[in-house]
Every structure is written in structure tokens, then in C-alpha cells.
Design a protein around this ligand. Structure first.
Ligand SMILES: Nc1ncnc2c1ncn2[C@@H]1O[C@H](COP(=O)(O)OP(=O)(O)OP(=O)(O)O)[C@@H](O)[C@H]1O
Length: 605
């Protein structure tokens, strides 16, 4: 896998230089290396198929000149030539079949490996990467860019090899038949090359444009599907339809332009082919009249000149795929070269996640997403093992950012975050994520059964363990009410369950995976009082014996917390118990008053 580019690399769709393009090509070609032997076999099959194909007109030439025109009437010879002709047809068919099958096998396997590596690579990238690149365009890279590469290995490679060899064979046969006429025919080569090169640069920009438009259309569609509830809630269907129509039209225009250019290119070749045949008929025909050339040679020549254009046309037709494949290679290579911003240290500290006490220290933490826009500036926070901390503050105060740093979704720019005195940057991320468990505001549920969602497809965790965990957090009642109980299949993102219900399932995950530190980003959606009660008691049981940090949107959730941290514009402005903070009559008391819908001070009631 290529190394080098930090995650700050430009968009995978951006333009790349020649050096990069070569590196991209080398990287993708490296995937073909394990199939060297098969490629050699494919080459052999191609060679045999072409030879059998191109010797057919030569056989006809022998039949014409040595038998028919000669007046020998040698029926036996004619029969042998016909049988050999048939054998050539069968041999050509057989080796073409073998060559195609082997090439498809190799192409599909190469691309499956690239897809596998790509998915593995993307899932290692840090959150800052996903902040920048829309999911839709990543979907395009994993699906259609890899498919274009498949076409490269099967169509382009095949064409370059098969058509290249055919061309060489034809030229050799033409010179063997009549060097003078072959020499005249070679005048055509620079003309054909000129047309091909002329189209090359023009087509490149056209293909690039079409790919970019498609990528944008897919990204737009994916984002809209993900946010469909919002679009419907705000009656934005017409606006979104309008934007989609615009994108769609741009893609349509780019596609039509691509097709038009293609047709123009192909027709130019056809015309050139027909003009050449006329030219050979005229020159060769005169030579036959003057008896300086045999009729069979002219027949074979006309056949070869027609076949001469086929491989050139076919190779240039592959321009299309080659251009798309080059763009896809560039983009895939860029993705592969993007390294995670958050990385494991070279020599990570070994820790046993189960023996962690759960002390957390934020020391002089400075953090920003974008240069010049500080989110946390010199924040200090020290949390004892087993302490339950509530975090409150207005929207945008930096609560989630504080938690993202503890999960190492991002790294601090200055200062440190430590667990039991160890800087989390010294820990392997796999250990850190076993130490810190997260229940998100909108927990992500996979397409799969409830059991699989709780144990995250880890088969080493038994079904009984999952059921016990669900009972422990009080999710059992909700799950058994569902049609198939624990085997109920959840659709994508767990639609069909409320945010509170999804959080209950996430709590069960915490019980199963036993992290020493729990972060809960409380659901903001209005929960019905019963689900809210269930979430509250689940939090109560799950937080026992764990250091727990709760981002609270309803102050009632954290009234019982050991300590409440009040945040404002990236700073901790107050901290204490609920009672202490009310008594202080400060910012927390104001927030509390707002949440209660009262204007009266509530501190010393
Ligand atoms: N991925 C991101 N990229 C850039 N800026 C971000 C990103 N995430 C958050 N921010 C910005 O950082 C600031 C703090 O956001 P954060 O989500 O930490 O606040 P919060 O207190 O959790 O807010 P809320 O209660 O609304 O979730 C906000 O100004 C937000 O716009």
C-alpha cells in the first residue's frame, strides 16, 4: 500500500500531476503481480488465437492462386485447405474462449482485492477525513471506480495485447505478400496516429467531467436519502428536486457529449478504413491487370487492410475506458495514500483494558477543527475513577468535541488527554476503544438482528450474554414486544426504533463490551416519559462502577451526577453538584431556569 500523503491531502477527485499518475499506475499494477503466470498463459492463448485467425485469409490466397487460378482442379488439395481452414476457425474460437475466461478471472480477482483493501483503508481513516469527504463520493470510489479498474484489466489490457499483436501480425503478413503495396499502406499509420493523438487530450477532459458529474449526482442522492426525514419535515422536496434536476441535467449533458465525441471518433476510423480499401483495390487491381500481382494476394491484402483497421479502431476505442480508468486510478491512489490523521504510536503502551481504573485528565487542552477557529482553549478537567460527570452548556459550547477527544476521533493540538495517567496517544486505538464506550445521541444500528447489533457481530459473545445484558439495562421488555423478539431484523440505521430505544440497545452493548469509561450523548429527541424512564434507569445501572460522562440536554438527567461541568464557548465556566451550582446563581442556574420555563431565580428555594 502506498505511503506518504497525510490526511490533509486534497479531495480524491482533485487533479494530480504526472508523477502522481505514474505512482497511481504502479500501485494498481502491483495488484496484478500475483497473477503473472496466468497473464503469461493469457498471452499464449491470445497468440495462438490471433495466428489461427490471421492465417485464414492466407489459406484462401493459397486456394485461389495455387489451385483455382492455376487451373489445376486439385480437389484433394482444396479439401485439405478447407479442413485446415476449419481447424483454424475452431482453434481461434477455443483459445479466444480460454483467454477471455482467464482474463475475467484475473480482472475480477484483482478488483475484489482492491475493493477489500480500500474498504479496510477507509475504515481506518480518522473522523477529520469523513468531515471533509461526503459519504456519497466515497461510495462511488468503492463501487464504480473499482469497476472501471476491472474494465481496465479485462478490456483495455486485452485490447492492447490482442490488438497490438494482431496489428504486428498483419503488418508482417502484408510485407510478406507484397512489400510495395504494404509500404503504401504504411502511409496510413501516421494519419491514424495523428487522429488518435488529436482526440486523446480532448477526450480526457470530457471523461473526467462525466465522472465528476456522476460522482456529484451519487453524493447528492446519498445525502438526500440519509436526510430524507429532514427534507420532508421542512417540505424541501421541491427545492431538492430542483437541485437534483440541475445535477441530473449536468450529468446528462456530460454523458451526451461523451457519446457524441465517441461516435465522431469511430466514424472517422470507419471512413478511413473504407478509403484505404478503395485505394488498395485501385493500386492492387492495376497490378493484377498488369499481371505483376496474383489475384489471391490482392484478395488477402484487401482482407488484411480491413483487419488492419479493426485493431487500431479497437485500441483507440479503449481510450474511453483508459481515460476513465486513469481518472479512477488517480482517485483510488489518492485515497490509498491518505493516511489517518490519528495514528497508533510506533511503540504503543500495553494496557489491560479490564484493569483500568478510569481516571481521566484533560490538561491544558487546545483544540480546533479548522486553523484559526479555536474550539477548546487551555481546558483543564480532572475526573476521578468511577465518578459520574454531567456536562451541560449551550449548543456549540464544545461538549461533543470534548468527548471526541477522549475517544481520539481527533487529536489535541496542544496539551493532553490522559487515562490513569497515560496519554491516550500512547495507547493502541484498539485498546482505547475497549476502555472508552460510547452511546451516541443517534446510535448507529446496522442492518441485522438485535442480537447482532448488541454484540456487533462478534460471534464469541453468546446470545444468552446478549439477552442478559438487555435485561440488565431494561431493554428486554421493548425487545420482546417486537415481532421476532431478539431476532427482529433492524433496517438500515435502525429506523423503526425511537432514539431512546436505540440508546437502550447501545446500553446493552456497553454491558456486553464492559468498557471502564462510558460516554453518553443523551438523545435530544423528545422521548416519551416511559422510554425516558427506561433510559434513566439504564444509565443508572450501567454507570455503576464506571467513570461516566453524560452530555445532558435535559438537566433532569444529570441532577444526581457527582459533578456537573458547565461549558460556554469552549471553556468550563462552572462546576459542582446540582445543588451547589443552583446556589451559586450563575450560568447553570440560568440554564436550569430556562429548562424549567421560569424567570424566577431557583438557587435558594
Ligand atoms: N467536525 C467538525 N468540523 C468543524 N467544526 C465542528 C465540527 N464539529 C463541531 N464543530 C464546531 O465546533 C463547535 C463545538 O461543537 P460541539 O459539537 O463540540 O458542541 P456541543 O456543545 O456538543 O453542541 P451540541 O449541544 O449542539 O451538540 C461548534 O461551533 C461546531 O460548529
Amino acid at each position: 500500500m502506498p505511503k506518504g500523503k497525510a490526511e490533509t491531502a486534497a479531495s480524491p477527485a482533485g487533479a494530480v500531476g504526472k508523477e502522481d499518475r505514474r505512482a497511481a499506475f504502479r500501485t494498481m499494477l502491483a495488484y496484478a503481480k500475483p497473477y503473472r503466470l496466468r497473464f503469461a498463459l493469457i498471452f499464449l492463448c491470445t497468440l495462438l488465437a490471433i495466428a489461427a485467425d490471421l492465417l485464414q485469409p492466407y489459406l484462401v490466397k493459397i486456394a485461389i492462386d495455387d489451385n483455382l487460378m492455376d487451373g489445376r482442379n486439385d480437389y484433394g488439395m482444396l479439401l485439405i485447405i478447407s479442413i485446415v481452414y476449419l481447424v483454424f476457425v475452431v482453434v481461434s474460437l477455443l483459445f479466444t474462449y480460454l483467454q477471455n475466461n482467464m482474463l475475467q478471472y484475473v480482472g475480477q480477482h484483482i478488483v475484489a482485492t482492491i475493493r477489500k483493501d480500500l474498504f479496510g483503508h477507509i475504515s481506518k481513516l480518522s473522523m477529520s477525513f469523513f468531515d471533509r469527504f461526503p459519504n456519497g463520493s466515497l461510495v462511488t470510489h468503492v463501487s464504480s471506480d473499482t469497476e472501471t479498474l476491472n474494465q481496465f484489466f479485462t478490456q483495455v489490457f486485452l485490447s492492447l495485447m490482442r490488438d497490438g499483436m494482431t496489428l504486428l501480425f498483419i503488418i508482417a503478413l502484408m510485407f510478406h505478400l507484397d512489400p510495395e503495396l504494404a509500404g503504401y499502406s504504411m502511409i496510413l499509420l501516421p494519419i491514424i496516429a495523428g487522429i488518435a493523438i488529436g482526440f486523446r487530450s480532448y477526450m480526457r477532459s470530457i471523461y473526467h467531467n462525466a465522472r465528476t458529474q456522476l460522482s456529484r449526482l451519487i453524493a447528492f442522492t446519498a445525502e438526500n436519502l440519509a436526510g430524507m426525514n429532514l427534507i420532508q419535515a421542512f417540505h424541501q422536496q421541491n427545492e431538492q428536486q430542483q437541485s437534483f434536476d440541475d445535477q441530473n441535467k449536468r450529468f446528462l449533458r456530460a454523458n451526451l457529449r461523451e457519446v457524441r465525441t465517441n461516435v465522431l471518433f469511430n466514424r472517422s476510423f470507419d471512413i478511413l478504413g473504407n478509403v484505404s480499401v478503395a485505394f488498395i483495390v485501385w493500386i492492387g487491381g492495376m497490378a493484377v491487370f498488369e499481371r505483376t500481382m496474383e489475384f489471391g494476394v490482392l484478395y488477402a491484402f484487401i482482407t488484411y487492410i480491413r483487419q488492419f483497421f479493426q485493431p487500431i479502431n479497437s485500441i483507440t476505442q479503449q481510450w474511453n475506458t483508459l481515460q476513465s480508468a486513469t481518472v479512477s486510478m488517480d482517485r483510488l491512489w489518492r485515497l490509498f495514500s491518505t493516511e489517518p490523521a490519528v495514528r497508533d504510536p510506533d511503540r504503543p503502551r500495553t494496557v489491560d483494558p479490564t484493569s483500568v481504573q478510569g481516571r481521566i485528565d484533560y490538561d491544558n487542552v487546545h483544540f480546533h477543527y479548522q486553523e484559526g477557529v479555536p474550539i477548546l482553549s487551555g481546558l483543564d478537567l480532572h475526573i476521578r475513577p468511577g465518578e459520574m460527570i454531567g456536562i451541560v452548556g449551550a449548543t456549540g459550547a464544545g461538549k461533543s468535541s470534548l468527548m471526541s477527544l477522549l475517544c481520539r476521533f481527533y487529536d489535541v493540538q496542544q496539551g493532553s488527554v490522559r487515562i490513569d495517567g497515560v496519554d491516550i496517544r500512547e495507547l493502541p486505538q484498539s485498546s482505547l476503544h475497549r476502555i472508552v464506550g460510547l452511546v451516541q445521541q443517534e446510535p448507529f444500528l446496522y442492518s441485522g438482528s438485535i442480537v447482532d447489533n448488541v454484540r456487533l457481530f462478534d460471534e464469541s459473545i453468546s446470545r444468552d450474554e446478549v439477552i442478559r445484558a438487555c435485561r440488565f439495562v431494561g431493554a428486554d421488555e421493548l425487545i420482546t414486544r417486537l415481532k421476532d423478539g431478539y431476532d427482529t431484523m433492524l433496517s438500515e440505521r435502525g429506523s423503526g426504533l425511537s432514539a431512546g430505544e436505540r440508546q437502550l440497545i447501545s446500553f446493552a452493548r456497553i454491558v456486553v463490551f464492559k468498557p471502564r469509561i462510558l460516554i453518553l450523548d443523551e438523545a435530544t429527541a423528545n422521548l416519551d416519559s416511559h422510554t425516558e424512564q427506561l433510559v434513566q434507569s439504564a444509565l443508572h445501572v450501567v454507570s455503576q462502577g464506571r467513570t461516566t460522562l453524560v452530555i445532558a440536554h435535559r438537566l433532569s438527567t444529570i441532577m444526581q451526577a457527582d459533578r456537573i461541568i458547565v461549558m460556554k464557548q469552549g471553556r468550563i465556566v462552572e462546576q459542582g453538584t446540582h445543588r451547589e451550582l443552583l446556589d451559586r446563581q450563575g450560568y447553570y442556574e440560568q440554564l436550569y431556569r430556562h429548562s424549567q420555563g421560569t424567570q424566577q431565580p431557583v438557587g435558594r428555594r
